[in-house]
Design a protein around this ligand. Structure first.
Ligand code: 6PG
Length: 470
């Protein structure tokens, strides 16, 4: 192909970047790739040999290949690398060119980059991309934010690349500035929550229910055909079936129980706190990743408190079904918390988010895709101002049917000493919201007692202070 002809450029040809532009090429657009690593460029050129895609290690060649205005996506690690690539490209760009950051960038960085680039006449978008390497190749969920005119420059390409559900692409313009990165951050917060909830369900089935890996595999396969149908349940079913070539046992049992994190779940919790929005299931998931890292302490403390709780006897089948319901209940709470944060952030940061659209583009391609999202979409279609998902009539019916099973599972877990921070806190979130009266009147009295912070009354208007005495 001639110079100035390639529709789309990609900087960063790691597996995500490579797969993404191969997908761009499969969608009928030509794409050029840039990476300093010759091996990565070679891998792209080999895999894309029969496609309109070409990689190079040379920045000037790359820039001259792209049609005007240039549309350049960066898939490089979030943080300093994004700024370094922008700084490097900037002197060579023309006014009206577009840079798209496709990484998990912190939304405040996106706001700053957009402003800095605007001064130079360069368009900038922060775009969340979910689905991992396979998703990038076959169809991710794409969450674009930024200048709407800039989006129009790449709308066809992104719609071509994105996953499709009933022919609807899992991409839509979400809002100004950092809206895309913000939505992706909350997506990841929900992702953390669902993963932790599934891990707790696994722990209960294994430790209390006595299910072996084959039974866990079967159970998760069955669950994936029902109301819990989702990518994370599907991959968990496959994980339980995977053999370890080293030992001949199941691989899951050989994996160290310490989970790492790159920070997006923590950002969701931190930002939700700033907004005053409760996301306890997401908080619990972040906390459990932290607790998991204290492996040596856990071993010592386990030996000190050995026998503190004994496993309750349960009927295996009945318990499995109760755990399915408790997990479904908690999934609903996790999505409810995430959607509520999005609603609040949209008002605070003036993103103008449409929650129905967000649920729609999360139905395919992304890590939190689940059958449940169709119902979430319907809920926001019925009422775009829904303050919490658990008020929607479909979810009210669902929750009422499984609430008692959820309580039973938490009781068994507590009696058996199996930690269920995320499942337990999901139930507590629900119980708190359905309590028209909470004990926080006492907290107000205490604040007024020691700090003269004043309080309001249930029976009179105004602000009151009492001289409390011991
Ligand atoms: C996705 C994932 C992806 C990545 C996470 C992992 O949507 O495709 O969320 O972005 O796998 O960042 O996050 P942790 O390393 O924090 O678990």
């Amino acid at each position: 192909m001639e110079n100035n002809q390639y529709h789309f450029g990609m900087v960063g040809l790691g597996v995500m970047g490579r797969n993404f532009i191969l997908n761009v090429a499969d969608s009928g657009f030509s794409a050029a790739g840039l990476d300093l690593d010759t091996e990565k460029v070679k891998a792209l050129n080999e895999e894309g040999a029969d496609k309109k895609v070409k990689g190079t290690t040379d920045k000037n060649t790359f820039l001259s290949m792209l049609s005007s205005p240039r549309k350049i996506m960066l898939l490089v690690p979030a943080g300093k690398a994004v700024d370094a690539v922008i700084k490097d490209l900037l002197p060579h760009l023309d006014k009206g060119d577009l840079i798209i950051d496709g990484g998990n960038s912190f939304y405040i960085d996106t706001n700053r980059r957009e402003k800095e680039l605007e001064k130079e006449g360069i368009l900038f978008m922060g775009v969340g991309v979910s689905g991992g390497a396979k998703g990038a190749r076959l169809g991710p969920s794409i969450m674009p934010g930024g200048n709407q005119k800039a989006y129009q420059l790449v709308q066809d390409i992104l719609e071509g690349v994105a996953a499709k559900v009933n022919d609807e692409p899992c991409v839509a313009y979400l809002g100004k500035s950092s809206a895309g990165n913000y939505v992706k951050m909350v997506h990841n917060g929900i992702e953390y929550a669902l993963m932790q909830l599934i891990a707790e369900a696994y722990d209960l089935l294994k430790q209390v229910g006595g299910l072996n890996n084959e039974e866990l595999h079967q159970t998760f396969e069955k669950w994936n055909k029902g109301k819990l149908q989702s990518f994370l349940i599907e991959i968990s079913a496959a994980i339980f079936a995977k053999d370890d070539p080293e030992t001949g046992r199941k691989l899951v049992d050989a994996i160290l129980d310490k989970a790492k994190q790159k920070g997006t779940g923590k950002w969701t919790s931190q930002n939700a706190m700033d907004l005053g929005m409760p996301v306890p299931t997401i908080d619990a998931a972040v906390t459990m990743r932290g607790i998991s890292s204290f492996k040596s302490d856990r071993i010592v403390i386990d030996s000190i408190y050995e026998g503190a709780a004994t496993f309750t006897k349960v009927d295996k089948d009945a318990f499995t079904s109760q755990v399915e319901n408790a997990l479904y209940f908690s999934f609903i709470m996790a999505y409810a918390q995430g959607m509520a944060v999005l609603k609040s952030a949209s008002e605070e940061y003036e993103y103008g988010l449409n929650l129905e659209v967000i649920a729609t583009i999360w139905r395919g391609g992304c890590i939190i895709r689940a059958a449940l999202l169709e119902h979430i979409r319907n809920a926001y279609k019925k009422d775009e101002d829904l303050s919490n998902l658990i008020i929607d009539s479909y979810f009210v019916e669902q929750i009422k049917a499984i609430e008692q099973d959820t309580r039973k599972v938490i009781q068994v877990a507590t009696a058996s000493g199996v930690p269920v921070l995320a499942l337990g806190t999901s139930l507590a979130y629900f119980d708190s919201l359905r309590s028209s009266r909470l004990p926080l009147n006492l907290v107000q009295a205490q604040r007024d007692f020691f700090g003269s912070h004043t309080y309001e009354r249930t029976d009179m208007e105004g602000v009151f202070h009492t001289e409390w005495e011991l």
